[in-house]
Design a protein around this ligand. Structure first.
Ligand code: FUB
Length: 339
């Protein structure tokens, strides 16, 4: 029977869950939301996170182990503010935490912190990755042991201020009929601490081979890159941001282009939608978040997991985001844990 969505950690607010199988367990690396009191705006100032925590699971419906705080803003030498989405990769016995954070000039960069264990704690490098910018790093290890980072996000994620990997205060979002901004893809160096090449566009195209347009808000990229491989194909998934969909596109190699396929998850309660996809114990799982437990406060998100299924053509079956109206009032009451 298909597993129902499950809230993973009702004790606190965790978002943007990046899940991986390490040492036969699922490890989850979320952002840690809290009530900072910062006013809500289009730059996302209300997402003022200051630390990361790690969680693990032996089985999908088993006990969730909380490994505690593993990295704090004040421990990062180049820190400005806002620890946004992160991801972790494993190579040669080391675990690398890649994270988005604003530097001291309020520009988002991507940093690395290293640990000997998947549960952390993680020790940050003194500087962000050279040539990195914007937000939402996702690191994917291909079958040939090459590691690729996907990143980028518009609006608060600042991707609209870059062209050809250069910050340019005179540019902004493309116009309605222009090509939309692409997420970026870059191969990592052998030591996992830098980019091995210049980041490239991970182009998303329609079925006719045309790049998606900026005005195509139900399909174009906004933020929250994720990559997984299924039956030899590269599945790039992402959030459409202001239209609140999780979508996916398929390619033949890690760089793309990726042809748009459809919706993975319809809108959830809350403004953001963000996810990861992982295979574990013979099934596929979608980790994501919503704001049902905080009664819709968009800066206080709770992480969840639900089974993800493919049809026999390899298409992902769309999952309905749970709407607050569909919940029993007793369930909502139970979930109002902090108020
Ligand atoms: O958690 C802060 C930001 O919200 C993430 O980096 C975005 O993807 C969105 O989920």
């Amino acid at each position: 029977m298909k597993q129902q969505p499950r809230y993973l950690f009702p004790e606190d607010y965790m978002a943007d869950p990046s899940a991986h199988v390490f040492e036969d367990k699922i490890y989850i690396y979320p952002s840690h939301d809290w009530e900072s009191g910062k006013p809500e705006n289009d730059n996302g100032d209300h997402f003022d996170m200051k630390d990361y925590h790690v969680f693990s699971l032996d089985s999908i419906d088993g006990k969730v182990t909380h490994h505690g705080e593993v990295l704090r803003v004040e421990d990062i030498p180049w820190a400005g503010r806002q620890l946004w989405d992160s991801d972790v990769a494993h190579k040669d016995g080391k675990y690398y935490l890649y994270f988005s954070m604003k530097d001291k000039t309020d520009i988002f960069r991507i940093g690395v912190a290293v640990s000997d264990r998947p549960s952390g704690p993680f020790t940050p490098l003194d500087t962000p990755i050279d040539g990195s910018y914007s937000i939402d790093p996702c690191v994917f290890c291909d079958s040939d042991e090459q590691y690729y980072m996907y990143f980028g996000g518009i609006w608060g994620g600042q991707l609209q201020y870059y062209r050809n990997n250069k910050l340019n205060a005179d540019v902004n979002l493309p116009l309605f009929h222009d090509h939309s901004l692409s997420p970026k893809v870059v191969r990592l160096s052998d030591d996992m601490l830098s980019f091995a090449e210049i980041p490239q566009d991970a182009l998303i195209i329609d079925e006719a081979g045309n790049p998606l347009k900026q005005g195509d808000t139900e399909r174009r990229f906004f933020e929250a890159s994720w990559m997984h491989k299924y039956q030899g194909k590269y599945y790039f998934s992402y959030s459409t941001g202001d239209t609140h969909l999780l979508c996916y596109a398929i390619g033949d190699n890690p760089y793309g282009p990726f042809t748009y396929q459809g919706v993975i998850l319809t809108p959830v309660v809350g403004w953001t939608t963000h996810h990861s996809i992982v295979e574990f114990q013979g099934k596929w799982w979608l980790f994501y978040h919503d704001c049902v437990p905080s009664a819709g406060k968009t800066w206080l998100r709770s992480m969840k997991v639900v089974e993800l299924e493919y049809d026999d053509q390899g298409r992902i079956k769309t999952i309905e985001g749970q709407q607050i109206d569909n919940l029993e009032s007793s369930t909502i009451e139970q979930l109002h844990r902090k108020s």
